[in-house]
Design a protein around this ligand. Structure first.
Ligand SMILES: [Zn+2]
Ligand SMILES: [Zn+2]
Length: 410
């Protein structure tokens, strides 16, 4: 049996199984549904389903490798793009390891320009540095560390959406994407009709884009001695985030950490030697000028650095696109055979994608693995493998085949 037929068969079993749960999105009949077909490798778009039972029937017959639905609501979802009659869209965020710089991406991620073949390791560039091409063949891995980073970014995003934008936990949903990240959806009447520009403003806020931190030299002669006119942080929004961020950073900061922010020499020594005083007098009480040798310039550098730590690394394009198709909850990801799954916001910290998203829980299969790093799935650890035949649980075999790292052994 070819590897593709094997995976197709597993996906087919999954979608035909009546016990497979596919929770319908709100107002399914107003959404556009799209599919990527296994065999033809083409995208079917502009589909509409009145009921989830109709969609399930279709999935069982067509067996797509990927299933998407629009974030938008339409009068006529099946019409051509400009005739759909846009009624609104949920606010969606995509946090993907592809956009987060991690220390491991240079180990497990590779890219090659489709046009000129130039290749490299780590995060795929937007344009090829040699020919300017924008299409790449990529080889990535849903690695534990990368998913942990994606989860941290998701936590920051949810915190901002809750505290700074005032969305309730009821209005937000969080999902594992089935591959290398998380999705956050906000469904509420106020966001529904926001246009692309308004959504861009939200993107800028959560990613800290355009946030300027005041800086200069002047010291205020005011009632509050040791306060700066050109550096101060109040207790709301980003100001508060910077303040808490500074606190966290300074608590643990080493000489090396400070060097990363661009602070060396006397200023660094002053900070490291007066940590408690700085945390109390400066950060807590706002008397930023109360430690000699730590001036506006230093604070500005620190704040800029902390801004990067506190911002949420999202895929900005996804949020601003008001016609975006996003993977449907409960369906399989064609690159992994894992499910997109929703979980309670409160369990973000404990959520384990390598357990909760496993779809194929029975049987084993013999595969020839060309190359795979060590990985964990469904409570077991596998690999690393290099050019060897192994018998694996179905889910692990499907993952390796979908990632192009293994073939069914004959
Ligand atoms: Zn190129
Ligand atoms: Zn990684």
């Amino acid at each position: 049996m070819s590897s593709r037929d094997f995976v197709y068969g597993k996906f087919s079993d999954f979608y035909s199984d009546p016990s497979t749960a596919i929770p319908p999105p709100t107002l399914l009949s107003q959404r556009e549904v799209g599919f990527l077909l296994f065999k033809e490798r083409i995208m079917l778009r502009h589909k509409v389903f009145a009921r989830i039972s109709d969609l399930r029937l279709f999935l069982g017959e067509a067996v797509p490798s990927d299933v998407y639905r629009s974030c938008a609501y339409y009068e006529n979802p099946a019409a051509e793009m400009d005739k759909k009659g846009w009624l609104g869209a949920d606010l969606v965020f995509d946090i993907d390891a592809d956009h987060i710089p991690t220390s491991c991406n240079r180990i497990h991620d590779e890219w090659a320009c489709s046009k000129c073949g130039f290749s490299g390791k780590g995060i795929t560039p937007e344009t090829c540095p040699i020919c300017g091409g924008q299409k790449f063949d990529t080889k990535t891995w849903p690695c534990e560390l990368c998913l942990k980073s994606a989860k941290e970014e998701t936590a920051k995003l949810i915190d901002m959406l809750g505290k700074d934008f005032g969305f309730s936990y009821k209005e937000m949903s969080v999902f594992f994407s089935g591959h290398r990240g998380y999705h956050v959806h906000v469904e509420n009447e106020a966001v529904k009709t926001l246009d692309a520009m308004a959504r861009k403003e939200i993107v800028d806020y959560v990613s800290g884009l355009g946030l300027t931190i005041k800086g200069g030299k002047a010291r205020v002669r005011s009632a509050k001695r040791h306060a700066f006119r050109d550096f101060s942080l109040h207790d709301f929004g980003w100001n508060k985030r910077l303040k808490l961020g500074l606190q966290n950073f300074l608590l643990k900061a080493t000489k090396e950490d400070l060097k990363n922010t661009g602070i060396k020499g006397k200023a660094a020594a002053e900070i490291l030697g007066n940590k408690e005083l700085i945390l109390k007098r400066c950060v807590e009480e706002g008397l930023w000028g109360s430690v000699k040798g730590v001036g506006v310039k230093t604070w500005k550098k620190l704040a800029e650095y902390v801004k990067d730590l506190e911002s949420a690394k999202i895929d900005t394009v996804v949020t601003t696109d008001t016609h975006r198709l996003i993977r449907m909850n409960g369906t399989l990801h064609g690159k992994t055979g894992l499910k997109k799954v929703e979980f309670p916001l409160r369990s973000l910290e404990d959520f384990d994608p390598f357990k909760e998203a496993v779809a194929f829980k029975e049987g084993t299969v013999k595969v020839f693995v060309s190359d795979a790093p060590e990985f964990r799935l469904g409570g077991n650890v596998f690999g690393p493998y290099k050019r060897q035949t192994v018998e694996l649980p179905t889910a692990a075999a499907v993952l390796l085949i979908c990632k192009g790292r293994a073939e069914v052994a004959s």
